[in-house]
Ligand binder design. Structure first.
Ligand code: PLP
Length: 394
C-alpha cells in the first residue's frame, strides 16, 4: 500500500490556522480587548425568511408518505434547475436544463470536476488565488503554472499566447483580490481558450455582488464561451448557504473534444460518486429565486455592500491602493509603509485589534497585500474602519 505521494507536494493548510493561532494568543494575553474580525470569507447574516419557510415546509414533506422523497435526481430536482435557468435568462443568458447540475457547493464541484480531465493537462491558475484550485490539481499530480496578477494589471491577468495550457481557472469577482473582469477582457480569455483548445473553469461564486453593467456575471454572456467554459456557482454568498450547502455547475453541451462530451462525462461522474443534494436544501435554494426571496436577499447583499463601501471609503481617505470593494465583498489593499502581509497583520491585531487575512497566504504575488472582508456585522465593520483610520492617520 502507498498513499498518494502528491500530498507531499501541497503545503500545510496554514493560512487560516495561523490567523486563528495568532488571534487566540493575542486574546489570551489581552482578555479585556475585543478583537474585530474582518478576516473570514464566511457570511454572518441568517438565512432569509422565505428560505426558512421553504425549508420548514420541505421538512413537513418528508413526514408524509405522499410527499416523502428518497434518492433524488443526480443532477438536481427539476424545480430548482428551472429556477436557476430563469435566473440566467433574466441576465440574458440561455442555458438548457440538462446543462445545469445542482451540487452541494462550488468548492466540491471545483475539486471534483478534475475527474473528467486528463492528469497530463497543464493547468493555468492566477497568483494570488483561492487555494482550492492549486491544491486539488497538485493532489492529482497535475502541473500548475501561474498567471501573474499584480498591481500593474489591476490583479486581472490577461492571456499570453506564448503560454500553452489546457485548463484555465478564472474567478471573477475574485477571491481574494475583489477584482472583476469586464466583458471585453473575458472575451479575450474565451478567444484564447478556444484557440488553444483549453477549457476555462469559471468560478462565479461572487457574481451576485456585481452592480456595474460592464462586468460579466456569467462567462456565458461572452460569445464563444459555450465551446470552452464550465461555470461554477454557489448559494453560499448570494443567500448565506455556507452552512446549508448548495451550488450549481453549468456544463454546455457544446463542450467536447475527440468525441468526448464534458456534460456527459460529468453526469457519468456524478451518477457514480454522488447521490445528490438533500431535497430539503434544494427546496430552500429554490426559494431564493422567488420574488419574496430575491427581495429579502437583495437587502442582505446591500448590507454587505454597505460594509464594503465603508472599508473602501476608508482606504480612499487614507490614500491606500486597493482593488475590490465595489462589485465584490473583498477589499484587497496594499500594505502601508511597505510592510509585508504578516507584519501588517500583526500591526493591526496588536495595535487596534483588527483581524484581516495576509495576502501572502494566497500566493507569492499576494505578499505585501492584505484582504479585508465585508461579511462582518455593520457594527464591527464600522468600529474596525474607525480604528484603522486612527492608526494609519497617526
Ligand atoms: N469559490 C470561491 C472563489 C470562494 O471564495 C468560495 C468560498 O469562499 C467558494 C468557491 C466555495 O463556495 P461553496 O460554499 O459553494 O463551496
Amino acid at each position: 500500500m502507498n498513499y498518494n505521494l502528491n500530498f507531499n507536494n501541497i503545503g500545510e493548510s496554514y493560512l487560516f490556522a495561523e490567523v486563528a493561532n495568532r488571534v487566540a494568543a493575542y486574546s489570551k494575553a489581552h482578555p479585556d480587548k475585543k478583537v474585530l474580525k474582518l478576516g473570514i470569507g464566511d457570511v454572518t447574516l441568517p438565512l432569509a425568511p422565505a428560505v426558512i419557510s421553504a425549508l420548514h415546509s420541505a421538512v413537513d414533506d418528508m413526514s408524509k408518505s405522499e410527499t416523502f422523497k428518497g434518492y433524488g435526481p443526480y443532477e438536481g430536482y427539476g424545480f430548482l434547475r428551472e429556477s436557476i435557468q430563469n435566473y440566467y435568462k433574466e441576465n440574458g443568458v440561455r442555458v438548457a436544463l440538462s446543462e445545469i447540475f445542482v451540487s452541494d457547493g462550488a468548492k466540491s464541484d471545483l475539486g471534483n470536476i478534475l475527474d473528467i480531465f486528463s492528469k497530463e493537462n497543464v493547468v493555468l491558475v492566477p497568483d494570488p488565488v483561492y487555494p482550492v484550485y492549486v491544491d486539488t490539481n497538485v493532489m492529482a499530480g497535475r502541473k500548475v503554472i501561474y498567471a501573474d496578477a499584480t498591481e500593474q494589471n489591476g490583479f486581472l491577468p490577461m492571456p499570453d499566447y506564448k503560454i500553452n495550457c489546457d485548463v484555465i481557472y478564472i474567478c471573477s469577482p475574485n477571491n481574494p483580490t475583489g477584482a472583476a473582469y469586464t466583458r471585453s477582457q473575458l472575451k479575450e480569455w474565451v478567444d484564447y481558450a478556444n484557440k488553444k483548445g483549453a477549457v476555462i473553469l469559471f468560478d462565479a461564486a461572487y457574481e451576485c455582488f456585481i452592480t456595474d453593467n460592464s462586468l460579466a456575471r456569467s462567462i456565458f454572456e461572452i460569445e464563444g464561451a459555450k465551446t470552452c467554459a464550465i461555470e461554477f456557482c454557489s448559494f453560499s454568498k448570494i443567500a448565506g448557504f455556507t452552512g446549508t450547502r448548495c451550488g450549481y455547475t453549468v456544463i454546455p453541451h457544446a463542450l467536447e473534444k475527440d468525441g468526448m462530451n464534458a456534460n456527459k462525462l460529468w453526469l457519468r461522474r456524478q451518477s457514480t460518486k454522488f447521490n445528490g443534494v438533500p431535497y430539503i436544501v434544494q427546496k430552500g435554494a429554490a426559494a431564493v429565486f422567488t420574488k419574496e426571496g430575491m427581495s429579502q436577499i437583495k437587502a442582505n447583499l446591500d448590507y454587505y455592500r454597505q460594509n464594503a463601501k465603508l472599508i473602501a471609503d476608508c482606504m480612499d481617505e487614507l490614500g491606500i491602493w486597493y482593488t475590490g470593494g465595489k462589485n465584490s465583498p473583498y477589499i484587497w489593499l496594499k500594505c502601508p509603509y511597505g510592510l509585508k502581509s504578516w507584519e501588517f497583520f500583526d500591526k493591526l491585531l496588536n495595535e487596534v485589534q483588527v483581524v484581516g487575512t495576509p495576502g501572502a497566504g494566497f500566493g507569492n504575488n499576494g505578499e505585501g497585500y492584505f484582504r479585508l472582508t465585508a461579511f462582518g456585522s455593520k457594527e464591527v465593520t464600522a468600529q474596525a474602519v474607525e480604528s484603522i483610520k486612527k492608526l494609519l492617520q497617526r
